[in-house]
Design a protein around this ligand. Structure first.
Ligand SMILES: Nc1ncnc2c1ncn2[C@@H]1O[C@H](COP(=O)(O)OP(=O)(O)OP(=O)(O)O)[C@@H](O)[C@H]1O
Ligand code: SF4
Ligand SMILES: [Mg+2]
Length: 360
């Protein structure tokens, strides 16, 4: 794989909100790469910073302090003037949300909305934009696209509306698609159809996809690489097969263990991770997961003290390269968050990671 295939490169990204109670660092020192034709799955509990990350990628945090670097095909987005980011949004990068109804205007037909999107970005004539809208509806599998283009969002089912959103997002032929819980509100059959649609469009167009979800089943199905977030930070980053086969971080292990299994007896209770997510207002000095971590609870007093007082940085197993890096200028580990997720080496932010099947 060459550097040319990398599309999005995020380094040491932090997002801080000023609140009455004090600063809330919702995203803390995140680094990852997304390559063309690949999908990065971002998972984590509610409040772990997934959506704040996606909004930062699109430059939508006007009221927050955003630091670090977001590079889209070599173009730095952090600090870019609003007008320029607007141009990139929808044109080179697009987003689909969990709730398409809130993103579609009830007073305009879906055809008009897709066409308007096209007109704004390409300055196309009405007839051209309208033709493109119908083509896009056909491409995302809406039957009778010519007729349905003249209908309003409330005439469409939830799954159809999500297809319309995808059509709108892709009408301007973006290179990066950010999907934030795109199938959470849908039943499993429609969910599968939408995921297949995104995968097909990805293959046809070489799209880079960031798939944000709390559903590990979705991640297993679509992601090539996975970033597990906890309390705004990266807990673990790994190729999807490695992550599911041998999660190194106790939090990832907990997430996987909490998935219901078909071979469980009826009376086996669901295995939840005890405790609640960390406060972002007053972050603990050590590992954010320490109060909930079974590995720390069973550790020696000195190891436990380390967990409680020393923040673990993202690192790979000893003996393996820390980063599969394609760019010499990025090969140095980052001071704050550790090296980025590039899809090769599993990495965990844990003092006592469990790397199975890799030399350590
Ligand atoms: N504008 C804001 N001001 C203050 N805090 C915020 C703001 N927006 C988000 N946060 C906080 O940032 C944290 C991360 O929120 P985020 O929406 O990214 O979570 P998430 O991982 O997407 O969760 P979910 O799975 O529920 O969608 C939360 O604690 C949230 O309260
Ligand atoms: S650093 Fe310690 S508390 Fe944190 S996940 Fe690892 S073992 Fe658990
Ligand atoms: Mg969210």
């Amino acid at each position: 794989m060459t550097e040319r295939q990398m599309l999005l490169s995020v380094r040491d990204l932090s997002v801080t909100f000023a609140t009455k109670q004090g600063p809330v660092r919702a995203v803390d020192s995140l680094s990852f790469d997304v390559h063309r034709g690949r999908t990065l799955g971002i998972v984590g509990e509610s409040g772990s910073g997934k959506s704040v990350t996606s909004m930062a990628l699109l430059g939508l945090h006007t009221g927050a302090e955003v630091t670090g670097s977001i590079s889209l095909d070599g173009q730095e987005l952090v600090g870019m003037p609003e007008r320029d980011v607007n141009r990139l949004r929808g044109c080179r990068m697009a987003m689909i949300f969990q709730d398409p109804l809130s993103s579609l205007h009830p007073y305009y037909t879906v055809g008009e909305q897709i066409a308007e999107h096209h007109r704004v970005h390409f300055h196309s004539r009405r007839s051209v934009a309208r033709k493109r809208a119908v083509e896009m509806l056909a491409e995302v599998g809406i039957p009778e696209p010519e007729r349905r283009a003249g209908e309003y969002p409330h005439h469409f089912s939830g799954g159809m509306r999500q297809r319309v959103m995808i059509a709108m997002a892709l009408a301007c032929e973006p290179e990066l698609l950010i999907a934030d819980e795109p199938t959470t509100a849908l039943d499993v059959t429609v969910q599968a159809q939408i995921l297949e649609l995104i995968a097909r469009l990805q293959e046809e167009r070489g799209l880079a996809v960031v798939m944000i979800t709390h559903d590990l089943g979705v991640v297993a199905r679509v992601a090539h690489e996975v970033l597990v977030m906890y309390g705004g930070r990266a807990a673990e980053q790994a190729p999807v097969d490695t992550l599911f086969a041998s999660p190194a971080h106790p939090y990832t292990r907990g997430l996987l263990d909490s998935l219901p299994r078909l071979d469980d007896a009826d009376d086996v209770p669901l295995r939840a991770i005890p405790g609640s997510p960390p406060s972002l207002l007053a972050p603990a000095p050590g590992c954010a997961f320490a109060p909930r971590c079974a590995r720390a609870a069973g550790a020696s007093p000195s190891d436990r003290l380390r967990c409680e007082t020393e923040r673990p940085l993202l690192s790979g197993p000893a003996g393996l390269p820390q980063v599969l890096d394609f760019s010499p200028k990025l090969s140095a580990p980052l001071e704050q968050g550790g090296p980025p997720c590039t899809g090769g080496t599993p990495m965990a932010a844990c003092h006592f990671p469990a790397y199975e099947g890799v030399a350590s």
